[in-house]
Design a protein around this ligand. Structure first.
Ligand code: NAD
Length: 456
C-alpha cells in the first residue's frame, strides 16, 4: 500500500497491507493471548501504558513529523495532538483502577447475603479508526481497552498507517505483548475482513456512511458496537458578545486542522444585531490564516488529506452560489500537486444548501443571520447530526437555557471544538452510538457481571 503525502503528492512509503487470511491469523493470535493479558495484575497493565506515555514524550518531534507527512496536518497541530494524548492517558492512569474495581452493591443478614458487580474485559475487540486525529480517536479506545484487559485488533485509517505502526511499536516496547495489540493494515476492504472475525466488540470512528456498513456487518453478532461518527456542528453568536474575540474563537473552531475535525464548527448562526461587524471580523481573521507546507512551523492551514474531499468542497461552494449565497473568501482549490483548498467563507446561506446540511470536513464555513434565540435553536437542531453545539453570549442564564435544548452529545458555552478526558464523548442522531472518555469510557470496554452470593 502506497503512503502519499497529501500536501506534496509524493509517495513517502510503501507498506505491506493485510488480507483476509492474515487478518484471520492475527485474530487467532489475539484470541489466544487475551486471557493471559486479562490475568496480568492491573498495576502491570498501567505500568505499560505509563511507559507508552513516556515514549510519546521522548519521540514527540519524530512522531509529529510522521503524522504531518502522511495526513498533511500542520506540524504545530501534530505536536499539539501528541501532547493532548498525554492528558488523556493521565486521566486513564488515575481513574481506571477505581472505576473497574469490584463493587459491593448490597449486603444483608450480617454479610451472609451479598450482591456484587465485577467489570470483565469484553475479550478481543476491533478498533477501526479515522485519520484526522489518530492519536486521539485511537487512544480513546486502545488505552482504556488495554488497561481493562482486552486484546485489540487495531486498524488505523489507510491515511494514517505510519502513525498506527508507530503506536504499535511503542506499545510493544512498553510491555504490551505483540499478540495483545495487533495492527491491521489496509483500507476499507481490510476493515471489512476484520469484521468477519468473531470479535467481542467493535469500536469505530469514521463517517456516517461507513458507520452504517459497520453496524450492518456487526449486527448479527450480538456484540457491542460503538460508532463515533461525523458532525455538522453549529455555533450561535448572540448580540452581547465581544465581537472580535468571538469571531477569532469561532474561526479557529471552524478552521483548526484545516477544518477536518469531527467537532469542527461547520455552521455559524449570528444574531442580526451584530451580523455585519461579526462577519467583517470573521473574514479578517480567516484571511490572516497562514496557508502553506504543513512542515513549516508558521503554517495554520495544511492539506486536505483525502483527494475526493476536494470535489465535495467544490460542489458545496457551487450549490451555495447557485442558491443565492455570497462568497466572501476563497472558494476553490489552490494550485500545487497535492490536495489544497482555500479557506472559504460564505454568507447569505440557508438550510437548503449542502454547505449547511452535509458534513464539509474542510476549510469552509457558512454564516447565517438569525433574528432571535428561538430561530437560532430551531436552525441548530435542524440537522441529521448531533455531535457538538455551542453558544457565545455574556449571559450565563441565556446560555444554559439554550444548551438545555440543544440536540448534541456535547454542548459549549463560550467555547467550541473542545474535548475533555473527564467528560463523555458521544453523539446523538447520525453522530453515533456509545461513547468514549470519562469514567463511562473506561467501563465501556468491560461487561458488568452480576454476582449473587449466599453464604452458609
Ligand atoms: P471513513 O468512514 O472513510 O473511514 C474510517 C475507517 O473505516 C478507516 O479506517 C477505513 O479504512 C475504515 N473502513 C472503510 N470502509 C470500511 C468497511 N466497509 N468496513 C470496515 N472498515 C471500513 O472515515 P475517515 O475519512 O477516516 O474519517 C472522517 C470521518 O470520521 C468524518 O465523518 C469525521 O467526522 C469522523 N470522525 C468522528 C469522530 C468522533 O469522535 N465522532 C472523530 C474523528 C472523526
Amino acid at each position: 500500500m502506497k503512503i502519499v503525502n497529501p500536501w506534496s503528492g509524493a509517495t513517502i512509503a510503501d507498506v505491506p497491507a493485510d488480507n483476509a487470511r492474515s487478518v484471520a491469523a492475527k485474530y487467532a493470535r489475539a484470541r489466544a493471548a487475551q486471557p493471559r493479558w486479562a490475568a496480568v495484575p492491573m498495576k502491570k497493565r498501567l505500568d505499560a501504558i505509563a511507559k507508552f506515555r513516556a515514549a510519546l514524550v521522548a519521540r514527540e518531534d519524530e512522531l509529529a513529523k510522521t503524522l504531518t507527512q502522511e495526513v498533511g496536518k500542520p506540524i504545530r497541530q501534530s505536536r499539539n495532538e501528541i501532547k493532548g494524548l498525554l492528558g488523556r492517558i493521565d486521566f486513564f492512569l488515575a481513574q481506571s483502577a477505581k472505576t473497574l474495581r469490584d463493587e459491593k452493591v448490597f449486603e444483608d443478614r450480617g454479610g451472609k447475603l451479598e450482591e456484587r458487580i465485577s467489570h470483565e474485559p469484553l475479550g478481543v475487540i476491533a478498533n477501526i479508526s479515522a485519520w484526522n486525529y489518530p492519536y486521539f480517536v485511537g487512544g480513546n479506545v486502545f488505552v482504556p481497552a488495554l488497561i481493562a484487559g482486552n486484546a485489540i485488533l487495531y486498524k488505523p485509517s489507510e491515511y494514517a498507517t505510519l502513525t498506527g505502526l508507530a503506536i504499535a511499536e511503542m506499545l510493544h516496547a512498553a510491555g504490551v505483548p505483540d499478540d495483545v495489540f495487533l495492527p491491521v493494515i489496509g483500507a476499507g476492504d481490510v476493515g471489512a475482513a476484520l469484521l468477519k472475525q468473531p470479535v467481542d466488540g467493535v469500536f469505530f470512528t469514521g463517517s456516517y456512511p461507513t458507520g452504517q456498513k459497520i453496524a450492518a456487518a456487526a449486527g448479527k453478532r450480538m456484540v457491542k458496537v460503538q460508532l463515533e461518527l461525523g458532525g455538522k456542528d453549529p455555533v450561535y453568536v448572540c448580540e452581547d458578545v465581544d465581537i472580535q474575540a468571538a469571531a477569532a474563537a469561532v474561526a479557529d473552531g471552524a478552521f483548526y486542522n484545516t477544518g477536518q475535525s469531527c467537532c469542527s464548527v461547520e455552521r455559524v448562526y449570528v444574531h442580526e444585531a451584530i451580523a455585519k461587524p461579526f462577519i467583517e471580523a470573521f473574514v479578517e481573521e480567516v484571511a490572516s490564516f497562514r496557508i502553506g507546507d504543513p512542515m513549516d512551523e508558521a503554517t495554520y492551514i495544511g492539506a486536505i488529506t483525502r483527494k475526493p474531499q476536494l470535489d465535495v468542497l467544490k460542489r458545496q461552494v457551487a450549490d451555495a452560489k447557485k442558491k443565492g449565497a455570497t462568497l466572501l473568501l476563497g472558494g476553490k482549490p489552490l494550485p500545487g500537486k497535492g490536495n489544497r483548498f482555500e479557506p472559504t467563507v460564505l454568507t447569505g446561506v440557508d438550510s437548503t444548501m449542502a454547505v449547511m446540511r452535509d458534513e464539509s470536513f474542510g476549510p469552509i464555513i457558512g454564516i447565517e443571520t438569525v433574528a432571535d434565540d428561538d430561530e437560532a435553536l430551531a436552525r441548530m437542531n435542524d440537522s441529521e447530526y448531533g455531535l457538538t453545539a455551542g453558544v457565545y453570549t455574556s449571559d450565563a442564564k441565556r446560555a444554559k437555557a439554550i444548551m438545555a435544548k440543544l440536540e448534541a452529545g456535547s454542548v459549549y458555552w463560550n467555547c467550541c471544538d473542545r474535548v475533555s478526558p473527564r467528560l463523555p464523548w458521544s453523539g446523538v442522531k447520525h453522530s453515533g452510538i456509545g461513547l468514549t472518555l470519562s469514567t463511562y469510557g473506561i467501563q465501556t470496554f468491560t461487561r458488568p457481571k452480576a454476582w449473587h452470593l449466599r453464604g452458609g
